[in-house]
Design a protein around this ligand. Structure first.
Ligand code: SAH
Length: 287
């Protein structure tokens, strides 16, 4: 069975009477080269576990099963479960879970299914929920080695963005706080069946053993970041003075920014992650 061949994929899904659902983000990968790039970037071996999110008809799941000790694939659409059983029949180390990745107890699932194994997430994500999935994965990143995912090209650029540009924002900082992200390759719509409307990229997030910056209060750090980018057109001191998360005067923030040598009129998008860490640590002292 070679499901990266569009004809073979069509035969399999036709056999089970399956039809694609747009609202579930169903665009199945049918490009051998991209599939190989994903597997190579995820750096798996026979001692590892892989968690896949959105297994579809199992094209990636089959490759993961070949390259790991154990592969667990979560798929929301129950119409795909018989398709997946068919596609994965020969792999005893592959398990399918019918569920919603945003509702499952991810911590419990990873520790139960992969006890003692290094675990990587590898997936061609459903694009309509990319950001919430990535945030949930990062919240459990202490259990993970790496995250290799196909996402919309613009999202990959936001994930990897450096300070200064319009792509740089709360997602860049959330990801780069916990990991070192890298864009692996780009996939045109024609690499999928059916083709999506947008270009895609594969990104690998290599999880850091320690966060990239030291913060005194993680929740406050992310609230400062969210406030800064929630109102991007304002200066940082104005955006933070209007924050719903804490009560600070514009003058207090301007003073901190001056002390940091950033200038009181700076905008949030100019601050590096370590600037945000220093600023939130200063705010922590006076709250
Ligand atoms: N990995 C497959 C399919 C990718 S399409 C391939 O590359 O061919 C995205 C898949 O995610 C679809 O099969 C869709 O049904 C599934 N999905 C959508 N929302 C989901 C959710 N909340 N939890 C788990 N899977 C979901």
């Amino acid at each position: 069975m070679n499901l990266s061949n569009p004809e073979e994929l069509k035969n399999l899904i036709r056999k089970h009477g399956f039809s694609f659902s747009k609202s579930l983000g169903q665009n199945f990968l049918t490009d051998r080269e991209i599939l190989d790039s994903i597997i190579k970037a995820s750096n798996l071996d026979k001692s590892c576990g892989a968690l896949e999110i959105g297994a579809g008809a199992g094209v990636l799941t089959r490759e993961l099963a070949k390259n790991t000790a154990k592969t667990v694939a979560v798929e929301l659409d129950k119409r795909l479960i018989p398709v997946l059983s068919d596609a994965l029949g020969e792999f005893e180390n592959a398990e399918i879970i019918n569920g919603d990745i945003l509702k499952l107890d991810l911590r419990g699932l990873i520790s139960e299914k992969f006890a003692g194994m290094p675990v990587s997430v590898v997936a061609n994500l459903p694009y309509y929920i990319t950001t919430p999935i990535i945030i949930r994965l990062l919240e459990n990143s202490d259990l993970l080695n790496s995250i290799t995912v196909m996402v919309q090209k613009e999202v990959a650029e936001r994930i990897c963005a450096k300070p200064g540009g319009k792509e740089y924002g709360a997602l860049s900082i959330a990801v780069q706080y916990k990991s070192a992200p890298e864009i692996i390759c780009t996939a045109e719509p024609g690499c999928f069946t059916p083709p999506p409307k947008v270009a895609s990229s594969v990104v690998t997030l290599r999880i850091l053993t320690e966060p990239s910056v030291i913060v005194k209060d993680e929740k406050l750090f992310f609230n400062v970041v969210k406030s800064a980018f929630g109102q991007r057109r304002k200066t940082l001191s104005n955006a933070l003075a209007g924050s719903p998360y804490f009560l600070l005067q514009k003058e207090q923030i301007a003073k901190m920014l001056d002390e940091m040598g950033l200038g009181s009129n700076i905008r949030g998008e100019k601050l590096s992650i370590s600037d945000f860490a220093s600023l939130s640590n200063k705010i922590y002292e006076i709250l």
